[in-house]
Design a protein around this ligand. Structure first.
Ligand SMILES: NC(=O)C1=CN([C@@H]2O[C@H](COP(=O)(O)OP(=O)(O)OC[C@H]3O[C@@H](n4cnc5c(N)ncnc54)[C@H](O)[C@@H]3O)[C@@H](O)[C@H]2O)[C@@H](O)CC1
Ligand SMILES: Nc1ncnc2c1ncn2[C@@H]1O[C@H](COP(=O)(O)OP(=O)(O)O)[C@@H](O)[C@H]1O
Ligand SMILES: [Mg+2]
Length: 290
């Protein structure tokens, strides 16, 4: 299947004059662990910059204060943790309660691969089947084509980079564009998910449609860029976009922020926080179509 370049963008919903924070979605970010609190901060900040009405960041209790210091506008919760500073089995109940009051979940950035983290993520996916989930980074370790996921009534968006995708599929990394397209579409179809396969020319597919992103640059090859994308997509779902549209628009606007950032400070020095700081200019371009 050929990939359609993303030129015609899904519409960013216009904010209603009487809208309130409840109108624009409550995003629960489940992220971070000792040593990777930054991933939770980047994801939470990006969700706010992408228009979420409310953002709550749940991280292991050890890093809650650090995460809270990363932004005054989101709420934080500290989840009981394993001795290794990560989420683990036995901590899922607290997260279920938070998830039930959210509109969309972003799970994975900086969770680490501690003992029980995979079990923890799986139990959230198994229990909370009626809320859309964006699953990224270490959260992806919880799923595989062999174990599948529980039947969901709400969409699942997976956002692997090529290394994570190769681990997920168990297949050799594709060597041509055609192979990459084929693998991506087949995976999305089999898994019943929206797959966003990162890289230069990020692919987005739901198994029936295949898009290729046209924004972004190698300045974005810097730690934390993907954590920003996860927050953006979750926020767009919270504002009412369907999962495929949110992934398509999220990929585009994230890359556009990278291009505007590179225009301002160059590719070499670009960092993930700079992407967050250039999301406003990227979103303003979308607002001109309102
Ligand atoms: N400030 C923070 O707290 C940060 C935390 N991070 C977290 O660190 C954890 C580990 O993420 P990583 O992605 O580093 O770990 P992985 O071990 O999954 O991926 C790293 C490896 O994947 C392969 N890979 C990555 N991108 C590729 C590409 N475009 N093409 C081919 N191969 C590629 C490479 O072999 C690379 O060494 C995640 O939870 C992530 O969210 C990172 O996002 C960095 C910043
Ligand atoms: N050469 C590139 N061109 C365009 N985008 C890129 C390039 N390299 C990386 N990116 C983007 O940066 C992000 C990196 O995500 P990821 O590998 O998950 O990083 P991290 O886990 O460190 O946050 C992805 O959105 C990817 O598409
Ligand atoms: Mg990543």
């Amino acid at each position: 299947m050929d990939a359609t370049p993303i030129h015609e963008l899904p519409r960013l919903p216009r904010r209603a004059a009487a809208g309130h924070k409840g109108t624009y979605g409550k995003v629960l970010v489940v992220a971070g662990s000792r040593g990777m609190s930054g991933a939770a901060v980047l994801c939470g900040r990006a969700a706010l910059r992408a228009g979420a009405g409310l953002v709550q960041v749940a991280s292991p209790v050890d890093v809650q204060e650090v995460v809270a210091a990363g932004c005054p506008a989101y709420m934080t919760t500290g989840i009981r943790q394993h001795a290794d500073g990560s989420f683990g089995d036995g901590t899922a109940e607290e997260t279920f309660d938070l998830a039930r009051s959210a509109d969309v979940l972003a799970i994975g950035p900086g969770l680490g691969r501690g003992q029980g983290t995979g079990t923890f993520v799986r139990s959230v996916l198994d229990e909370i089947t009626d809320k859309p989930v964006v699953l990224d980074a270490d959260g992806l370790f919880a799923v595989s084509p062999f174990t599948g996921v529980a039947r969901r009534t709400a969409p699942l968006v997976l956002t692997p980079h090529p290394g994570e995708f190769a681990r997920l599929t168990g297949d050799a990394a594709p060597t041509t564009d055609a192979e990459r397209h084929k693998q991506a579409v087949a995976f999305a179809r089999m898994f019943g998910c929206v797959l966003l396969l990162k890289g230069s020319g990020t692919l987005v597919t739901d198994g029936a449609n295949l898009y290729r992103n046209t924004t972004g640059n190698p300045g974005m090859a810097t730690g934390g860029s993907g954590d920003v994308l996860t927050g953006v997509i979750a926020a767009l779902i919270g504002q009412g976009l369907g999962a495929l549209d949110a992934a398509v628009l999220g990929a585009w606007v994230h890359g556009r922020a990278g291009d505007l950032g590179a225009g301002a400070i160059g590719q070499t020095a670009l960092t993930a926080p700079d992407l967050v700081e250039h999301l406003p200019a990227a979103f303003r371009e979308l607002e001109t179509h309102w």
